[in-house]
Design a protein around this ligand. Structure first.
Ligand code: ADP
Ligand code: ZN
Length: 297
């Protein structure tokens, strides 16, 4: 059995794992994201013991927060692009890892990794077009489409789409530093906190916050359905842990689409079409591991 390494590079923590799939994780380690050199150094230290011997890994998957450059022929391939995350702008994480570990590296966004892992092992099993959206500190989307991960110019930035914003219902003006009231600016965890003056996880289930939040999520998901036509939409991230909001999202998506998309997946089975992740808090690191495992489809 071939073994692989995976690094989930998050804004707050890094998770490293060695294994060959969701039920075959040999070792896992988590540490806080500090400076690039220190954090990458810890990951290198973790994997060094797997460079030889019976538990030797053959490739490494790196799935990180973005923006990143995943374009293999680009001069900045493997870099974290300019980011508000202090110290990480333009950091060449792939070269730093390659220099010490000398392994083939498969590099992608955290959300593309999660989309792939959920498509192969989780809630999207059996589908060849799966959209994974995370609603947490930010909002991002990973897209597994027709059996491969979507990149294009760089990678999609689905959190920053514009959605209708009814200021009479939701007067909060939005908090994205680039676009003010894009989807992320209206609906990510920090926006909920700014709008209501308390953390999203402390708001009761019957708080009006959830009506507004699900309006925004439904508008965004309807746009993704209309542009991508995914076979499954998986909604993860901290805010999605409020499981009571999913049924609200289902009925609002139906309302926004207004019967236009004639698939029974939507018209009859929306509760099994827009779903929670199945891989739980392992989705991120399994996403990284999935990158080399499924590199050839
Ligand atoms: P990250 O995006 O940093 O990887 P999370 O997905 O946990 O991490 O997102 C953190 C954001 O999600 C914070 O704004 C937090 O308030 C919110 N959040 C975390 N857990 C919950 C929860 N159970 N219910 C609602 N919001 C939550
Ligand atoms: Zn934005």
């Amino acid at each position: 059995m071939s073994l692989f390494g995976g690094i989930e590079g998050g804004g707050t923590k890094f998770v490293c794992a060695v294994g060959s799939g969701p039920n075959e994780i040999i070792e896992e380690a988590r540490f806080p994201t500090t400076t690039p050199d220190e954090t990458t150094g810890k990951a290198i230290h973790f994997f060094k013991k797997y460079l030889d011997g019976p538990q030797k890994i053959t490739a490494l998957g790196v799935a990180t927060f973005g923006p990143i450059d995943p374009g293999k022929s680009s001069p900045t391939y493997g870099h974290i692009l300019p980011t508000p995350k202090a110290g990480w702008s333009n950091y060449d994480i792939v070269s730093a890892l390659k220099k010490e570990l000398e392994l083939p590296i498969h590099f992608d966004t955290d959300v593309n990794g999660a989309a792939l892992a959920e498509a192969k092992w989780g809630a999207g099993k059996g589908c060849d077009t799966v959209l994974y959206i995370t609603i947490g500190t930010g909002i991002g989307g990973g897209l597994y489409i027709n059996g491969s991960l979507s990149h294009g110019l760089l990678h999609p930035e689905m959190g920053h789409i514009r959605i209708p914003h009814d200021l009479s219902k939701d007067p909060f003006k939005g908090s994205c530093p680039f676009h003010t009231d894009c989807f992320e600016g209206l609906a990510a965890g920090p926006s909920i906190e700014k709008r209501w003056g308390q953390k999203a996880e402390t708001l009761p289930k019957d708080h009006p916050a959830w009506d507004i939040e699900t309006d925004h999520i439904a508008n965004a998901l309807a746009n993704y359905i209309l542009t991508i036509s995914p076979q499954k939409i998986i909604v993860g991230g901290g805010v999605a842990q409020q499981e009571h909001i999913l049924p609200m999202v289902h009925s609002k998506v139906l309302k926004v689409l207004n019967g236009y998309v004639q698939s029974e997946q939507i018209t009859k089975n929306i509760s099994s079409y827009i779903v929670l992740p199945e891989l739980g808090n392992m989705a991120g690191v399994l996403g990284a591991l999935a990158l080399p495992i499924f590199a050839n489809g």
